[in-house]
Design a protein around this ligand. Structure first.
Ligand SMILES: [Zn+2]
Length: 315
């Protein structure tokens, strides 16, 4: 590995870390046992009742719970300066029937792209806004202001240190900014994956170990900003619900090395080559578009093998 990343003990998955009062996930989960978690309305205000707060916490419902749903558990967590409760509900859900005959035009493939989330087999980019970049300036300013403040003010008249109000205020602002970027990104990914799973009957993606990639290629920040892993999960469950096919190409399928026009394999393709030029058939095509087309072909063959293709494969 040329990138020079030396793994430390911390990288070993499953190694426990110390709990911190200040960092990490602030969350609390409580499970349902015979009706102790309830959503109630009193005088036009909605309350969440959990065992620790039997008197109820006023909440704003982001959407109605399904009428015949059973609350399984409630998780309360802090995101920036907000408290959010996620209620997990069991309810009869009808999955749509699997599409049995998929037309080739209803298949799309997404090739993971460092700069723009993905490129699809139509040659369309995701047009992914760099949410963290957009707030970078504000984030830096707020972080600086936070660093200048003391967490605790000197001392009160009895000699006890007191928490600094200004520090708390600055911390809140900073967390708010960070949470905004995270939520914007999630929102974008939800909308995109909804659109794709509506428009197409089959979605092909490559098998990527993203955690590995982030470490080895020193693309860490960009890659994590990107959220492709989260995006794939969304595509998967949304496709399943809508009866669409979600196909993951084999880990060893050389999607970027093949020529999408003639199928010749180019062994010495460098990462820096953004354009794929085929020595065999002289095809010249954008690297990511070429990879996406290969993935689509992979999907066509897979569906054809399984008997789900509407028309015979043309390749
Ligand atoms: Zn070729």
């Amino acid at each position: 590995m040329k990138a020079g990343y030396v793994p430390s003990l911390r990288d070993v998955k499953g190694l426990p870390k110390f709990h911190s009062k200040k960092q990490g996930r602030f969350s609390y989960t409580t499970n349902q046992t015979n009706g102790n978690i309830r959503i109630e309305s009193r005088d036009g205000v909605t309350f969440l009742r959990i065992p620790k707060f039997p008197e109820g916490i006023p909440v704003r419902l982001h959407r109605e719970l399904p009428a015949d749903g059973l609350i399984k558990k409630a998780t309360i967590k802090r995101e920036g300066d907000r408290y959010i409760v996620a209620i997990s509900v069991d309810y009869p859900f009808e999955k749509l029937q699997l599409v049995e005959k998929v037309a080739t035009s209803k298949i799309t493939a997404l090739d993971y792209s460092q700069s723009d989330l993905y490129m699809d087999s139509e040659g369309q980019k995701a047009e992914y806004p760099r949410f963290h970049r957009l707030i970078e300036k504000r984030q830096r300013r707020q972080n600086k202001s936070l660093a200048r403040k003391k967490e605790r003010a000197p001392k009160d008249k009895d000699g006890n240190p007191i928490d600094s109000k200004n520090y708390q205020k600055a911390l809140k602002n900073y967390q708010k900014t960070m949470a905004k970027a995270v939520n914007q990104r999630k929102d974008f990914l939800h909308k995109k994956s909804d659109q794709i799973t509506n428009d197409y009957d089959a979605i092909v993606v490559e098998d990527l170990d993203l955690s590995n990639l982030a470490q080895c290629l020193k693309l860490g920040k960009k890659l994590h900003d990107n959220g492709f892993g989260m995006f794939r999960n969304m595509l998967k469950y949304k496709a399943e619900r809508k009866g669409k096919h979600y196909i993951v190409a084999d880990r060893f399928f050389p999607s970027s090395k093949l020529c999408s026009a003639c199928g010749t394999k180019k062994e010495n393709l460098r990462l820096s080559e953004r354009t794929y030029t085929c020595a065999h058939c002289q095809a010249v095509i954008d690297r990511d578009h070429n990879a996406a087309l290969n993935l689509k072909n992979y999907g066509v063959h897979t569906l054809s093998d399984l008997g789900f293709l509407a028309e015979p494969a043309s390749v």
